[in-house]
Write a protein that binds this ligand. Sequence first.
Ligand code: K7E
Ligand code: CUA
Length: 651
Amino acid sequence: MASAMLSTFHACKPKGAGAAVSGDAAEKVYVAPGKYDEFYNFVSGGFSGQLSVYGLPSGRLLRVIPVFSLDPEKGWGFSEETKPMLETSHGNVPWDDLHHVQLSKTDGNYDGRWVFVNANNTPRIARVDLTTFRTAEVLELPNSGGNHSSPYITENTEYVVAGTRFSVPLDGESGDVPINTFKKNFRGTLSFVSVNKDNGNMELAFQIETPGVNYDLSRAGKGTSHGWFFFSTYNTEQANTLLEVNASKNDKDFILAVNWKKAEEYLKAGKGKKVTGLKYAHNTYDEKSHTAKTSFNTETIVLKAEELEGLCYYIPCPKSPHGVDVDPTGEYIVGSGKLAAVIPVFSFAKMQKAIQEKQFEGKFGGIPIIKYESALYGEVQKPGLGPLHTEFDGRGNAITSFFVSSELVKWNIKDLKVLDRTPTFYSTGHLMIPGGDTKNPEGKYVIAYNKITKDRFLPTGPELAQSAQLFDISGDKMQLLLDFPTIGEPHYAQAIKAEKVKDKSVKIFKIEENTSPFVAKGDKDARVERKGNQVHVYLTSIRSHFTPDNIEGVQLGDEVYFHVTNIEQDWDMPHGFAVKGAKNGELLIMPGETQTLKWVPDRVGVFPFYCTDFCSALHQEMQGYIRISKKGNNVPLIYSLGTNQPQEKTN
Ligand code: K7E
Ligand code: CUA
C-alpha cells in the first residue's frame, strides 16, 4: 500500500518531451534591444533565499533582490548597515528558504507598492519596496515552525497572513516535551500581520491557535468571500514520524476556513489572550539613514480557535491538499490534493449555507467540520496526477499545475470540464498567470515553474538550473513560447504590468537627505578619527577617486570602520569598496548612500583598497592605501589625498 502510493509521487517524463515550439513563438517573446518588457515577473528563489526579477515575455533576468540570504552582488548582509536585516531571535541567520511572493493589493488588484515574501526555515515575512527594489522590512514570527502557508494577503493588504507548516510546542511554554506527544502538546498557529496603509510597516496583529496539523498553503477570500481566509492542511493524522506514510492515511484532510472579520470582532470584545515572554525580531531599513535596525517584540495576542464560535470551520479535502486557490470572483475555492484523483471545487455560498444550517459531520479538535458535499460545488474529473497549484485566466477558466504527470491543465470553472492540457518539462510546482490571483487576471500568459530540467539545457554538472516555461494562453490551446532558467528554485511568482512600477523607480538617493551618522557629504567631511581602538574612516567616492586615499597611523589591534559615502548624483553610478584581507566581504554603495565595512587588520603592512565596480575610464585608478603599524608605535594618524607625494630619495 505504502510503496504503491510512494511510487506515484515520483515525476514521470511526459510524452513528446522534445516537442518543438511553433513558428511564431520567437516573435511573441522577442523584445528588441533597447525596448522594455511588458511585465515585471517576481520569482521566488527557493533555497537561495532571494527574490529575482525577470522581464516578460523575454525572460531576461533584471535583478536579484536579496532578502533572507547574504548577497555578495549587492553587499547585502556584509555592510554594518544591512547586517541587522538578517537578525532573528536566534541571532544573525545568513541563509533561508523563500517560497512565496505576494504583490500588495488594493481592491483585489496589484497596486505596485510592495512585494511580500516568506522565509520558511526561521519564520519571517519580508516586505520589499518597489521604488528601490530593496528589502525594507523583515518581521519574525513567534509560535511558528516552517513558515510555509505564507505570506498571503487580503484584498486591500489589510493583513499579510502566515500559517505554520510544522505544528510545534508554543514559544511561551516549555518545549521540552517528548516528540510523540504531538497530539497533546503541538499546536498550529495562523499569524495575521497588519500592514500600515501609508508606509507598509508590519505588525503582528494577532495569532489564531488551532489543533496541531501541518498548514501548507493559504489564500485570502476576495469579492464575495472577502473577510475569509482559507488554509490547506495535511497531516490531520497528527503523525510525528514517517509522515510520507503516516500523514497519507486519511482519505481527506481539511481546508480550514477562517472568518477574520469575526476574529476582529472577538479581539474588540477582548477575547484575545495576551501572551508575553516571547522574543521575535523586527528589522527595518531606513532609506534616509541607509541603515537597518532591529528591535525585539515580546508579546502577541492569541485567539483560540476551538473556544470561539464562528471563527473557524474545516472543509474536508481529498488527500493532503497542497495549494488552495480562490477564483477572481471569490466564490470558488480550489483544493489541490497531492495524491487525489480529482480536483474539488468548493462554493463559498454553499459553505455559508452549510454553516447556517449546521450541516456538520462532527468536530476536529473542537472545530466544526462542514460536510464535504455541503460545501462542494463539484469535482474536476481525471485532471492529471499530482495537482499542486491553480491560477485563473479571467475568462472563466482555471489552469492547474501537475507535478507527477508534468503538465498544465486548463479547465472551466463553471462546468468543470477539462479544456486543454500541455506537457511541461518537467515536474511543475507553482504556475503563474500575471494577475492570476487577483480580481482581474491578465490572461495572456501562463508560466510553469519547473523543479526538474534534465535535458532542457546544456549540462552543468550534477545540478541543472530550475526553469520557467512561458506559454501563450490567449487562444484555446496553450502554446509553449520560451524556456528560461531561474535563480535557485522557483516556487511561487507573480507578475505585474511594468507601467504600475517602472516610473516610481528611485534613481539616486539625494545626498542632502542622507541622515547616516557616518555620512561624508563632500570631500570637506572626509576624515579619519580615532576613538580608543576604533578607527573611523569617513570616505567619499566619486569618479575616480576616494577621499582620503592615503591613511597612516592605524595599529594592529584596531578595528577599522570604513564609512564610504558615494557622492555621485547620477543614475546607475554605484561605487564599490574592497580592502585586502577583509573577512567581511566588500561594499557596493549607491549614489547618495553611505555604507560601512568593518575591517580588523590581522598583520602589519600596507594594504590597498579599491573600487570594485567599473565606474569610469579611470576606474582602475580608483584606489588607496592604508598602513597598519605595530601596536604602541608612534606613527601619527594622518590621511590625505593628492598631497602625500613620493619621496625624492628612498632609504
Ligand atoms: Cu513549492 Cu508553494 Cu513551497 Cu508548491 S510550494 S511547488
Ligand atoms: Cu568607482 Cu570604480
